[in-house]
Design a protein. Structure first.
Length: 301
């Protein structure tokens, strides 16, 4: 995993990686994000236009799917960096898009369940830590993608070769296709947008008094849905399983549902166990705080 990359020869094709861009991984990630976003939207709309208290089961289910999403996003990015000497830019970019999907899902959950997180300082700072780790990894990915576009790197060479100076010299290096200005701008805007969203999410999570609470919820929810849809569409169109990759792959492994892919789909059923326990009364979940609760009811440490 940590062996140095081979940067002396440009391969004609690259092997597929179903663990990153396989059909099962993409389906499970998109389905989990869709469920979490719909649950977040339903809770926000109910609290905005209805006087009834939001469902405890929906809140618990949303928290479980959101935790699953952000942890998978952080794990994928960490493993991608660890395998940078072997992973190609195509897979590297897909990991980055999946991390943006997890970030949008988690932020949408934060909009809906912020009062639950504020109740316990451990939960609040744990969320803050996960958000920061996800942001840091996402920025690293953005910088690597930007550098690859600047150098016009060959899609079949490992990402680790991007930082090797003149790793392939001569005519091969001259024929590289450098990305246009729109790609640069899009990548930079994505990185900057991640930082801005992190700052706003931190303010929303840590602020004791919040102005325009409902407006922030509704606008933020629409923004997170837009980011999630954009990232998911980009991944599906670029993937071998559902679209057309921008690199020559040597096999069709990403189109098949292997054991690991099916396991990811089955993991989606885990939160249902908690729902059954709540329904049966075996697990108690504290009710949500009112949005207009006093400061004494919203402990902040």
């Amino acid at each position: 995993m940590f062996s140095p990359p081979n940067c002396t020869v440009i391969p004609s094709s690259a092997p597929s990686d179903a663990g990153i861009a396989g059909a099962g991984v993409l389906i499970s990630s998109s389905l989990t994000a869709t469920i979490a976003l719909l649950l977040s939207a339903s809770l926000i709309l109910q609290s905005t236009f209805s006087i009834s208290r939001p469902s405890t089961i929906r809140r618990k289910l949303l928290a479980s799917y959101s935790d699953q999403q952000i942890l998978i996003g952080i794990t994928l990015q960490s493993l991608g960096l660890a395998r940078s000497s072997h992973i190609i830019p195509y897979h590297f970019f897909i990991i980055w898009m999946l991390s943006l999907l997890s970030m949008a899902t988690h932020n949408a959950t934060l909009l809906a369940l912020v009062q639950d997180f504020k109740r316990d300082w451990v939960l609040r700072w744990m969320r803050q830590g996960l958000m920061f780790v996800n942001l840091a990894l996402s920025c690293v990915y953005g910088v690597v993608v930007l550098e690859g576009k600047r150098k016009g790197w060959e899609g079949t060479m490992p990402v680790g070769c991007i930082w090797a100076a003149d790793s392939v010299a001569g005519a091969e290096g001259k024929d590289r296709k450098v990305a246009g200005g729109l790609d640069y701008v899009g990548t930079i805007v994505t990185i900057a947008g991640n930082v801005v969203v992190f700052g706003l999410a931190t303010w929303y999570l840590q602020s004791r008094r919040q102005k325009w609470y409902r407006i922030v919820q509704l606008v933020g929810m629409l923004l997170m849905m837009g980011i999630a849809v954009g990232a998911a569409v980009r991944v599906f169109l670029l993937s071998q399983a559902f679209g057309k990759p921008d690199v020559q792959l040597s096999d069709q492994g990403e189109k098949q549902l292997g054991f690991g892919s099916l396991l990811g789909l089955l993991m989606m059923a885990l939160p249902i166990i908690s729902i059954i326990e709540i329904k049966r009364g075996e697990v108690m979940v504290a009710p949500p705080l009112r949005d207009d609760a006093s400061d004494d009811e919203k402990p902040l440490v």
